[in-house]
Design a protein around this ligand. Structure first.
Ligand code: OAD
Length: 239
């Protein structure tokens, strides 16, 4: 691994680019991370708010928690780092974002090709009826399915399996990528945490961007100690 603060990686030299993002990507927008200081799981016990058992026991309590998160995310805006990726996509034909974030911030920066590994705060679903509904706003527009059951947020909660089609899609894209740039993830949650190693095994050049070292830092070819909003100082696109 090469540690560097001065890397200037010209992304035009790479054919297929993946950005793999976590909560640190949105931290400077004002969306709290999960595990760092001020992290959501320090304030809220996920057993009460972020698992199917909690939802089955007290759906309105869980939905209110998610409405609080929706309201706080709607007050936030994408920053220079999100905008850099959105702009890059306009100039480079093969840029995919694989995100663990559920906040939709990449899409709000105009980014396309976003694979949402852990779902979205802005969708609701009923597993019995195979219903999936977009629902954007502070409050949920509808919390009941036509079958009478509560709709649940289309989010991967603790204890849930990732949607296999979504994970397979991410794995397939990773198999073909030339550069894999991870931004703002602790690498603590599996199976997402296995994706950087998969990229490495498949021969991609792997870069980690994070102001803190992580459990996965040693597998990257390059570690850039900077914030997500500063990536334009280290990554560029020029032909
Ligand atoms: P974590 O909260 O575990 O990690 C956030 C990472 O972002 C840490 O490594 C920080 O050092 C880094 N970070 C903080 N500020 C940053 C900044 N300004 N720029 C760049 N990096 C910064 O978040 P995730 O790794 O995304 O799952 O967590 C993975 C999953 O755990 C989440 O998707 C969520 C959670 O439980 C679900 O909700 C299913």
């Amino acid at each position: 691994m090469m540690e560097s603060k001065k890397a200037n990686v010209n992304l035009s030299e790479f054919g297929k680019i993946i950005f793999f993002t976590g909560a640190g990507m949105s931290a400077e927008s004002g969306v709290p991370t999960y595990r760092g200081s001020g992290g959501i799981w320090h304030k809220y016990n996920w057993q009460e708010y972020a698992c199917q058992t909690a939802f089955d026991k007290n759906p309105t309590k869980v939905l209110k928690f998610h409405e609080l998160r929706r309201a706080s995310v709607l007050k936030c805006n994408p920053h220079d780092g999100h905008n850099f990726i959105g702009e890059l996509q306009k100039n480079h034909e093969n840029v995919t974002i694989i995100t663990q974030n559920i906040d939709g911030m990449h899409q709000r920066a105009g980014t396309k090709n976003v694979v949402e590994l852990h779902g979205s705060l802005w969708r609701m679903r009923c597993d019995d009826c195979n219903v999936l509904i977009e629902d954007i706003g502070k409050k949920y527009q509808n919390i009941n399915c036509d079958c009478g059951k509560y709709l649940r947020p289309d989010i991967t909660w603790f204890g849930d399996n990732l949607k296999s089609s979504v994970f397979e899609n991410a794995s397939n894209i990773i198999k073909k990528c030339d550069i894999f740039i991870s931004i703002g993830t602790s690498g603590a949650v599996w199976p997402a945490a296995g994706l950087p190693s998969e990229a490495k095994r498949n021969g991609a050049y792997c870069i980690e961007i994070n102001p803190e070292p992580t459990d996965l830092s040693s597998i990257y070819d390059e570690v850039i100690d900077c914030k997500a909003s500063e990536i334009n100082q280290y990554l560029s696109f020029h032909t």
